[in-house]
Design a protein around this ligand. Structure first.
Ligand code: BGP
Length: 474
């Protein structure tokens, strides 16, 4: 029976805006993440169709401080190395490299910071896995260009990617173009840096923005092949199986359509190099008419990804007629699944769903899969002796890793697994520190207090053992 490969990439994942802090240091410009308030205002802003992208005095901005990885990266990488990480997934803040996004010359101090981080990782035997854009579009591009609805962003992204590939060739082999690209369908503000304009067909703008990201991703892939053909480029999607709530064929059809748009719309363009057949009907029924430039479809066809990476937190259950039984916490809508329990934030916990979606994706795409986010957001308690007994996190991760191992035995080819938020950081959806994912606890709290001291949770020692035994300890 197939087992985890000996070169399997075990590790952890983060994103620049959620942990670096130093939001205006060494020439960094503002990004959309820097105008996202903390606490209860965060969700309102994410779903405010006419968000103005302005900083406001009455709000707090936890992303400005993060966990100050900018000044603690050596200490943090030493802890990753102690756990035995083979890889570390991180993102580059576009606004450190191009503060406004549309300059022609990059900011040297920003480039130098990531050189330092990569050198430290490599010194510790950790392979960087880098997301080029993770929910942190330079603010100027959102405000002055209206985000990804503007075609000019394709050129800016291509330029930014080329600068990264040229500078970091030989240090970084694995790249992801856009974090959770299909998230644009649920959160256009976060993914595309777009608020709705008066009388706009937001679906038209969202899918046009996504088309621009697809072209930008292909152009980045083309650049990587030219600069260093040994680089591996991946796409990154939120993955979730969509279950029919009942065996009523209308529910099954509804779930099928939701699953196609959720997992396969973006996946097909990235991997198969073409829009799926079902897209035409979706576009027609929603008044969407995409504008293509000459050569776009050739680029999508010729520069597809090398591997498929995904985040997995929850599955989704759908029925045609909802009657007030929506699954509150799930970002992607759907109804409550009576067979599943949920996290403190209402995210339904479903390890079997991971095995199911890995199989579905591999059946369709037949290229290596990489889980680059998975984890449990939970409240942690520090005991008087400083220990943190996070058995709930271990149980969650153990369940999901066992499901991944089942998928491997089913024949799915897996490249690696990076647990989300391997060190505590700011939550993307709530802007809280108290929604913690880490193996490493950071003394930083929602009211802004804390020493920033790092400490090891029980899960730290557990994960170390999992990696040391290449999963046999599970
Ligand atoms: C994903 C994002 C991450 C991350 C994670 C957990 O959607 O790519 O940036 O934060 O979800 O979500 P949250 O922080 O909202 O709990």
């Amino acid at each position: 029976m197939k087992q985890i490969k000996s070169d399997f990439l075990w590790g952890g994942a983060t994103a620049a805006n959620q942990l670096e802090g130093a939001y205006a240091t060494d020439g960094k410009g503002l990004s959309i993440a820097d105008v996202m308030p903390g606490g209860k205002h965060r969700m309102n802003v994410i779903h405010d169709p006419q968000f103005d992208f302005e900083l406001k005095e009455e709000y707090t901005y936890p992303n400005h401080d993060g966990i100050d990885f900018y000044h603690h990266y050596k200490e943090d990488i030493a802890l990753f190395a102690e756990m035995g990480f083979k890889t570390y997934r991180m993102s580059i803040a576009w606004s450190r490299i191009f503060p406004n996004g549309d300059e022609t010359e990059p900011n040297e101090a920003g480039l130098q910071f990531y050189d330092n981080v990569f050198d430290e990782l490599l010194k510790n035997g950790i392979e960087p896995l880098v997301t080029i854009s993770h929910y942190e579009l330079p603010l100027h591009l959102a405000k002055e260009y209206g985000g990804w609805r503007d075609r000019r962003l394709v050129t800016f992204f291509e330029r930014y990617s080329r600068v990264l590939f040229e500078r970091y060739q030989g240090k970084v082999k694995y790249w992801l173009t856009f974090n959770e690209i299909n998230g644009a369908q649920f959160m256009p503000m976060l993914s595309l840096g777009m608020a709705m304009r008066e009388d706009e067909n937001m679906l038209q703008s969202t899918y046009q923005g996504l088309h621009h990201q697809f072209v930008a991703s292909s152009l980045a892939t083309k650049a990587a092949r030219e600069i260093d053909p040994s680089m591996q480029i991946g796409c990154m999607l939120i993955a979730a199986p969509v279950y029919a709530y009942s065996s009523n064929p209308v529910d099954v059809q509804f779930a099928l359509e939701a699953e196609r748009m959720m997992n396969y719309f973006c996946g097909d363009v990235h991997v198969r190099g073409a829009y799926p057949a079902f897209a035409d009907r979706f576009f027609a029924e929603n008044g969407i008419e995409l504008v293509f430039e000459d050569g776009d479809l050739d680029l999508l066809r010729d520069y597809t990804v090398d591997f498929f990476s995904l985040s997995y937190y929850m599955s989704r259950t759908e029925k045609a007629e909802k009657d007030g039984d929506e699954a509150g916490g799930n970002i992607m809508s759907g109804v409550k699944n009576p067979y599943l329990k949920a996290s403190d934030w209402g995210w339904e916990i479903d390890p079997d769903g991971l095995r199911i979606i890995l199989n579905k994706l591999y059946d369709r795409y037949q290229i290596p899969l990489f889980i680059v986010e998975n984890g449990l957001g939970a409240y942690d308690e520090v005991e008087p002796d400083g220990a943190i007994h996070d058995s709930y996190r271990i149980a969650y991760l153990e369940g999901h890793l066992k499901a991944m191992m089942e998928a491997i035995q089913d024949g799915v080819e897996m490249m690696g697994y990076t647990s989300w938020g391997c060190i505590d950081l700011v939550s993307a959806s709530t802007g809280e520190y108290s929604k913690r994912y880490g193996f490493i606890y950071v003394d930083k709290h929602d009211d802004g207090s804390g020493t920033l001291a790092r400490s090891r949770k029980d899960s730290f020692y557990w994960y170390k053992e999992v990696i040391a035994t290449n999963g046999a300890a599970l």
